[in-house]
Structures are given as C-alpha cells and as structure tokens.
Design a protein around this ligand. Structure first.
Ligand SMILES: NC(=O)c1ccc[n+]([C@@H]2O[C@H](COP(=O)([O-])OP(=O)(O)OC[C@H]3O[C@@H](n4cnc5c(N)ncnc54)[C@H](O)[C@@H]3O)[C@@H](O)[C@H]2O)c1
Length: 311
C-alpha cells in the first residue's frame, strides 16, 4: 500500500472512531487523535526490517518532536527499529530524520495523559506492526516554583503528564509485550527522582514516582519477559533547559560548576543509554534499575572549592 493510501486509511480509521473528551485534566494542544504515516520507501533508502522472533522490531517514543525524545528516535532508527512517535506537537523533523535511515515510522499527535490517545496509539501499533518491543516514556513537563505557591491543579497536571501517562502507556504497550513474552520499557526520569531539589515539588514528586513505577513493573513483569528500567539525566541541553533558564531558574554556570565533569549532558548521552537498556542483547538481565546519567553529580560529595580544584 502506498504512503497516501495508508494515510487515507488512517484518517478514515480515526474519523470512524469515537472522539471522547479528555480522561485526565484538560490541556491545550492539537486534536488528540491526529495520526500521520510517513512510511517511506525512498529512492536512496530501502525500508529496513530487523528480525526479532521472525518479525520487525518496533519502538514507541513519547515526546519525540524535540530534545531527548528526538535524539532517542534517531538512535533507535539507526539500530533498525520501526517507530511510533508521539507528541503534542508535530514531529516532521524527527520523521524525516528517522525515515532517512530506512525504517518505517508514523506519528500520533495528542496529549499522552488522555487514555483515548494512548488507546489509539496502541491500536495503531497493533494493526500496523502487530508487536511492541520498546516503549520509551520520555515526554515530560518541567515546573519550577516555590512549594508554598504551587496550586493543586498545577501539581496534578505535572503528575498527569510525568507519571500517570507513563503508567497508561506501560499498561497499553505492556499488554502487547506480555503477550509476546518480551519487551523493554525505559522511563526517562531525572536526578530529580533520586534527590530533592528546591522549587520543584511537583516535578520531583513525579520523577520519584516514576522510579517507583519502574521498580514495581520490573518486579511484576520481569518473570514474563518484560523489563522496565529508568534513566535519570542530570541537566541536558534541550528546549526544556532553554525555557527553564529563560524563567530565571538557573544559569549554565550553576550547572557546569556543580557537575564533576563540568558540563551539561547532551541528548545523545541519554539516548545512547536508552538504546542500551532497550536492547535485550546488551542489557537482558538489567531490570528495575534507575541509571543516573549525570556525569557523577549525584555521587559527588565534594565541596565546591575542592571540586573546582580537580578540574
Ligand atoms: N532537559 C533536562 O535537563 C532534563 C533533565 C532530566 C530529565 N529530563 C526529562 O527528559 C524528558 C525529555 O526532556 P527534554 O529536555 O527533551 O524536554 P523538551 O521540553 O525539550 O521536550 C519534551 C517533549 O515532550 C512533549 N510533551 C510534553 N507534554 C506532552 C504531553 N502531555 N503529551 C505529549 N507530548 C508531550 C513536548 O511537546 C516536547 O516535544 C522529560 O521527561 C524531562 O523531564 C530532562
């Protein structure tokens, strides 16, 4: 089936479906049920299929339009994964980058904290590829404010996106993985899930919760072949960092000064660790771990002048 025929099929499928209201806290954003299929068999790339149990490897990446999610999608594409990209905003650049590597890809736009969006994504993956090998729960929102000023609704919204949505996605795609008897879920938490950091009560609670979810799913599903791990980045140079710095939260010098390696993480630092945790050949007996990717920040008990003397 050609690209446009497939697209029409997707649109028909979506138009026939029931459009329900948000299940979790309303948000701005595009129609939650948009899907775009960018499967290419271009002139210079041929669609690549990597065998796993006789079929294609399929990965779902949330927050794939930019930042860590975009880089993760590109690196998974390089390893041969077909990709479902999910985000609130269009993933055109990511789609172009991954399909240029010869893999199939499609996007679903919508708020991942809505159960209808998650259900549509799972249906799309099931009908298109029939399997899910890797789920990267990457999409997240930052929220910086003194605890005494945070309203309940804002706190709940952070939990909805950063914690409830990964649970809903894990439930939906985990069901496929459990049927297969294999799969890997990688949650993008934060060092804010390992230690307290001022002015981030909701964000830190969501990331601590995400690590708790990671450990619980690892315990519950590990015996049925489905692993669940988390990566815990330190500060990463992405659009999220730009927005947080613009809000006056901190400066480059704050982060570079406190980090033993003297720099921010790059999205690729995180994406490479995600690929490692995704791949059963590389990490098949690693389950339930929360891997700090922070240049040693959270293990460094040095005081500032001592740290700087060692550079
Ligand atoms: N940047 C950092 O310093 C840093 C550090 C530690 C952890 N993290 C975590 O890494 C993940 C990615 O961060 P990033 O820096 O790439 O962020 P980013 O803001 O650059 O990108 C996040 C993406 O998620 C999407 N998104 C947000 N809410 C969504 C929703 N409800 N439904 C669907 N998509 C949604 C956004 O549209 C965006 O494309 C987040 O979970 C973040 O908490 C980031």
């Amino acid at each position: 089936m050609g690209c446009s025929a497939k697209l029409n099929e997707c649109i028909a499928f979506l138009e026939g479906g029931q459009r329900e209201k948000s299940d979790f806290f309303s948000t701005p954003g595009p129609d939650p049920l948009q899907i775009r299929d960018w499967t290419h068999k271009s002139n210079h790339t041929r669609t690549r299929q990597c065998d796993t149990l006789g079929g294609m490897k399929v990965a779902i990446v949330t927050g794939a339009a930019q930042g860590i999610g975009r880089k993760t999608a590109e690196i998974l594409a390089g390893a041969g994964y077909a990709l479902l990209l999910m985000d609130l905003q269009g993933c055109s650049e990511t789609l172009a980058a991954v399909t240029a590597q010869g893999v199939e890809a499609a996007e679903i736009l919508g708020d991942i904290s809505q159960e209808t969006v998650v259900a549509r994504a799972a249906e799309a993956v099931r009908s298109r590829w029939g399997r899910a090998d890797v789920l990267v729960n990457n999409a997240g929102i930052s929220f910086i404010a003194p605890a005494e000023t945070v309203e309940g609704g804002a706190f709940l919204r952070v939990l909805a996106v950063n914690l409830v949505a990964p649970f809903l996605l894990s439930k939906a795609f985990g069901a496929m993985m459990l049927e297969q008897g294999s799969g890997s879920i990688v949650n993008v938490a934060s060092i804010a899930g390992l230690v307290g950091i001022s002015d981030r009560s909701a964000y830190n609670a969501s990331k601590h919760g995400l690590i708790g979810l990671t450990r619980t799913l690892a315990a519950e599903w590990g015996g049925r072949g489905v692993r669940c791990n988390a990566v815990c980045p330190g500060w990463v140079k992405t659009e999220m960092d730009v927005a947080d710095q613009a809000g006056g939260g901190y400066t480059d010098a704050d982060i570079e000064g406190v980090n033993p390696m003297g720099r921010f993480a790059a999205p690729e630092d995180i994406a490479r660790a995600i690929l490692f945790l995704a791949d059963p050949e590389q990490s098949g007996f690693i389950n339930g771990q929360a891997l700090a990717i922070d240049g040693g920040w959270t293990v460094d008990g040095s005081w500032q002048s001592l740290r700087l003397r060692k550079r």
